[in-house]
Design a protein around this ligand. Structure first.
Ligand SMILES: [Fe+2]
Length: 299
């Protein structure tokens, strides 16, 4: 599903929100809903419902949102980076409430991939493929959706976003019907994530509808406590990485993927090494309203 916001929509949205600074929406959470409403009004109050239905519907569950063009006239002198933060914030607040990102201390996080990296996870390492996973495996909050927005790209070749719908995974039945599918696994995270606890949940979360698998999985942060769990997780990782139904999506600056985090796995292909490689993403992830109200995972 590709959604393109027209120049008129973008321009009118920018006129309405340009009095709001990025700092003001960071400090005042209600302003985030205000700018969401400004964007929705420019689509005759259709965009929010359309996005929510698309992301909640398992048959779709994902959208690529892009802008017709993003010249300075359309942006009404809002800087490109600020516009991206305002736009993704409007989108996130049309589909729910973002979780606090413990890595950035804000409701959104920006992170870069460069040619060299010395961090403690694969998030920023451009020279390798980032394996398919879901987000939020190691936090207590619901992570119903993820928004990944490209905000900067310099000297980039490769690095496409990788996507796989759980139902398109050819070995799904083998792992979904496995005796460990619903057994709690321990999940943790490296120091850079700033999460001081471990969580326990199965790879396959409780079905909302019988037979419709919902996954919460990432290879790096699972901590198996016996050889059976270890082999189960290892085989899932091997199967996912050899899955031929996975496909790549190239994003241009200013566009974003909005995905249902429990039925779409995502990853990133490796970049071609280039000295000046620099790609920056903005990420928001959060819960649908009804789940944000419960605050804690029940699994
Ligand atoms: Fe991710």
């Amino acid at each position: 599903m590709v959604i393109t916001l027209s120049d008129d929509t973008i321009s009118n949205f920018c006129k309405k929100v340009k009095v709001q600074s990025v700092q003001s929406i960071e400090y005042k959470p209600f302003l985030r809903f205000h700018i969401a409403n400004c964007l929705n009004q420019e689509t005759n109050n259709t965009l929010g419902d359309f996005l929510l239905n698309t992301i909640k519907d398992r048959q779709t569950g994902a959208a690529l949102l892009q802008c017709q063009s993003l010249d300075s006239e359309t942006l009404n002198d809002i800087s490109f980076i600020d516009f991206n933060i305002l736009l993704s914030t409007a989108i996130s607040h049309l589909i729910g409430v973002p979780n606090l990102d413990s890595m950035s201390g804000k409701f959104y996080a920006r992170f870069s991939v460069k040619n060299e990296d010395n961090s403690d996870s694969y998030l920023r390492q451009g020279n390798r493929r980032m394996e398919l996973h879901t987000d939020g495996t190691y936090v207590k909050e619901h992570t119903d959706w993820v928004i990944m927005q490209k905000i900067l790209e310099v000297d980039v070749e490769g690095g496409e976003s990788l996507l796989l719908h759980v139902d398109d995974w050819q070995n799904l039945d083998k792992f979904y019907n496995h005796e460990l599918a619903k057994e709690d696994i321990q999940w943790s995270s490296p120091p850079s994530k700033n999460i001081g606890y471990k969580v326990f949940h199965p790879v396959f979360l409780e079905d909302h509808i019988a037979g419709e698998a919902r996954m919460s999985f990432i290879d790096q942060f699972a901590e198996p406590l016996n050889i059976d769990q270890g082999l189960y997780l290892y085989e899932i990782g091997e199967s996912l990485e050899s899955e031929t139904n996975t496909f790549g999506v190239g994003l241009c600056e200013g566009s974003m993927l909005i995905i249902n985090n429990y039925c779409w796995l995502h990853g990133r292909d490796k970049f071609i090494a280039k000295k000046n490689l620099h790609r920056e993403l903005l990420r928001q992830r959060g819960a649908f309203i009804e789940n944000a109200l419960t605050k804690q995972k029940t699994t």
